[in-house]
Design a protein around this ligand. Structure first.
Ligand SMILES: CC(C)(COP(=O)(O)OP(=O)(O)OC[C@H]1O[C@@H](n2cnc3c(N)ncnc32)[C@H](O)[C@@H]1OP(=O)(O)O)[C@@H](O)C(=O)NCCC(=O)NCCS
Length: 169
């Protein structure tokens, strides 16, 4: 296995363990590894690390998911097929919500040793302004971002869930 593929797999395992209920991890480790191979190869995305915390920044949030699907297409179809009739996936596929804000944006963030200050320090080191993040309204992650200087930009419905778009200037 090449070094990049090994890194992609390690990142996929951490992502899967940190966000097990999220849609992307539910497509499985094989697809998640393919997703991170795309991220490593992409000029519009960047991975920022601080100790156990990882942050995936996209500088082209408007086209992020379109590019992910195109670049990982055969793997995406294979991972999606068994899920196509699941409600959570149908909601996402049929939702026509347009991306509400410009980039850069945090696409994903997770920490394998939670509550040790790694995530907050990573955000302090992330020298991007403005920086956006979409998170589930009322969740723990929203509190985490607000404690770290993010403010509410917009609240919206997507795939029948309520999300908050937050921004740090
Ligand atoms: C949110 C997250 C990235 C923060 O990283 P971290 O290294 O734990 O961050 P810090 O130690 O600097 O801050 C801890 C704060 O994060 C918040 N937090 C959010 N989810 C948490 C979780 N599952 N466990 C512990 N703290 C969590 C809490 O507000 C906590 O504050 P508190 O200690 O006062 O309760 C990390 O907890 C995580 O991976 N959560 C699960 C994945 C997630 O929700 N990602 C964000 C959505 S994109």
């Amino acid at each position: 296995m090449s070094k990049t593929n090994e890194c992609a797999r390690k990142l996929a395992i951490s992502h899967l363990n940190s966000l097990p209920d999220d849609i992307l991890p539910s497509l499985g480790l094989r697809y998640l590894t393919r997703f991170y191979q795309f991220i490593y190869a992409s000029a519009s995305e960047e991975i920022i690390n601080y100790k156990s915390a990882r942050c995936i920044i996209t500088y082209r949030a408007d086209s992020f998911w379109r590019r992910v699907i195109i670049k990982t297409f055969p793997s995406f179809i294979m991972a999606m097929l068994p899920k196509i009739f699941e409600k959570q996936f149908r909601n996402c596929l049929w939702s026509n919500k347009k991306h509400p804000n410009p980039s850069p944006q945090i696409a994903f963030m997770f920490s394998t040793k939670k509550g040790k200050g790694h995530g907050s320090e990573l955000l302090r080191r992330c020298n991007l302004s403005p920086l956006y993040v979409k998170t589930i309204k009322g969740g723990r992650a929203e509190q985490f971002y607000k404690k770290n200087g993010f403010n509410e930009y917009e609240v919206f419905e997507y795939a029948k869930r309520t999300y908050a778009m937050l921004v740090k200037n």
